[in-house]
Design a binder for this molecule. Structure first.
Ligand code: SF4
Length: 403
């Protein structure tokens, strides 16, 4: 590893250690042992059990179970085994629970079966807020119960503990889909071991998916090649999971700085230097956006995030040079993501005001505008999605009218 990279790594781990120490002083609790129940998250369910929209609390229903809560990756804050911030760790930190001490939960088979029979989903995810590999026997039993209610078990794991051949065979026999998370940023021994296990499962006839946490490495970084090799091999199906920032507000910059550090080590982030082009509903590389706005200055975004950049740097968009300055000043780790969130929120508001026919008409107008601006040619961007979106919405509108 290059010296400067090692140094940044050391700083990253030092930062983590400090944070952990601060938290320990606050007094972290152990996880309570509770029954393994079916649950959702704010990604799987739109409302929590109190009916609140997009609540951050865990919600009942859903299609997830956690045989184990907590993960050993954070047992040693000096060297966490996942070299990125973990959404699950971040979530439990708010409840002052020691994520680094995984605890097996209590399995009441009848209760769990009853929960699962009641869900419409035909698959169940095992492993959300913890490492299922911490207790393979318990995890395998949970998977067998999933199979008993004729659903497909899907385990998401980093394989921290070794699974025995017998346990693996039991999972394969019931058609479990095993997602193994890997990343080119992993320590060599962890990555090699997990790739080997994935190959073994494949050879044994099991269903395995490589869940690859990707970063935009600096060109020439050996991890870039490693990542590409994993992404484009054809032996095992791949699911890309771009490394991402969890928050973008001012108040959380300090915490994010840990994450930003690792992103800087890797050289930029999952989607490097992109900006959401509202006119196309797409996140595009900054060069393309610069080109677009250089020709269409009057269309520059004026959301609160973009307005802030202009105000802070005294930029008034009058010339192509102003556009360039604006894009030079953007912090793609924060500002661009804030702009993205603002844009999505505006789009959501807009859609809520319209009925289906109005949305179709608006999309027609947007498509005509994209054609007028010759986006397909000037930016090399495909705009056929407008037709697909319209076709789906028109189908929906017909169905509604018929019923
Ligand atoms: S293995 Fe999963 S749960 Fe554990 S730290 Fe890594 S991402 Fe988080």
């Amino acid at each position: 590893m290059k010296e400067h990279t090692q140094k940044r790594m050391d700083e990253f781990y030092k930062d983590k250690k400090e944070l952990k120490e601060i938290e320990q002083k606050k007094g972290l609790k152990k996880y309570k042992v509770i029954d393994i129940r079916l649950k959702g998250t704010n990604k799987t369910e739109k409302v929590n059990h109190e009916g609140k929209e997009h609540g951050r609390m865990q919600v009942l229903k859903g299609n997830c179970i956690d045989p184990v809560r907590g993960c050993p990756s954070y047992a040693n804050p000096e060297k966490p085994m996942c070299p990125w911030d973990c959404y699950s760790e971040e979530a439990v930190r708010r409840y002052k629970i020691d994520f680094g001490k995984p605890i097996s939960m209590k399995l009441k088979e009848r209760l769990l079966v009853k929960d699962m029979i009641g869900t419409q989903s035909d698959w169940i995810r095992i492993g959300v807020d913890g490492a299922p590999s911490w207790n393979w026997e318990l995890t395998v039993r949970c998977a067998e119960l999933v199979n008993l209610v004729q659903k497909v078990p899907v385990i998401i794991t980093r394989m921290w503990r070794t699974i025995t051949m017998k346990q693996l065979q039991r999972l394969i026999d019931i058609g479990t889909i095993i997602h193994i998370t890997v990343s080119a940023a992993d320590r060599e021994e962890i990555l090699e071991r997990n790739l080997e296990i994935a190959k073994d499962i494949n050879i044994m006839g099991g269903k395995v998916v490589l869940r690859i946490v990707t970063f935009a490495y600096r060109p020439g970084d050996c991890r870039e090649k490693k990542q590409e090799k994993m992404m484009y091999q054809e032996e095992i199906p791949v699911l890309e999971q771009p490394g991402r920032l969890m928050r973008v507000t001012e108040n959380t910059k300090r915490k994010n700085s840990l994450w930003v550090e690792i992103v800087h080590i890797a050289g930029g982030g999952g989607s490097p230097e992109r900006y959401y082009l509202r006119e196309l509903h797409k996140n595009l590389p900054k060069n393309k956006v610069r080109t677009f706005y250089s020709r269409n200055k009057e269309m520059m975004c004026s959301c609160s995030s973009c307005a802030k950049i202009k105000e802070k740097n005294g930029i008034r968009i009058k010339s192509v040079a102003d556009i360039s300055r604006f894009f030079d000043e953007i912090d793609y780790m924060y500002d661009s993501r804030e702009h993205f969130v603002n844009s999505h929120s505006d789009e959501r508001e807009q859609i809520q005001k319209e009925n289906v026919d109005m949305i179709v008409k608006r999309l027609e107008a947007e498509e005509r505008n994209a054609e007028r601006l010759n986006i397909a040619h000037n930016l090399g961007e495909d705009i056929s999605f407008y037709k697909k979106w319209r076709a789906s919405l028109e189908g929906l509108s017909h169905k509604r009218k018929e019923s």
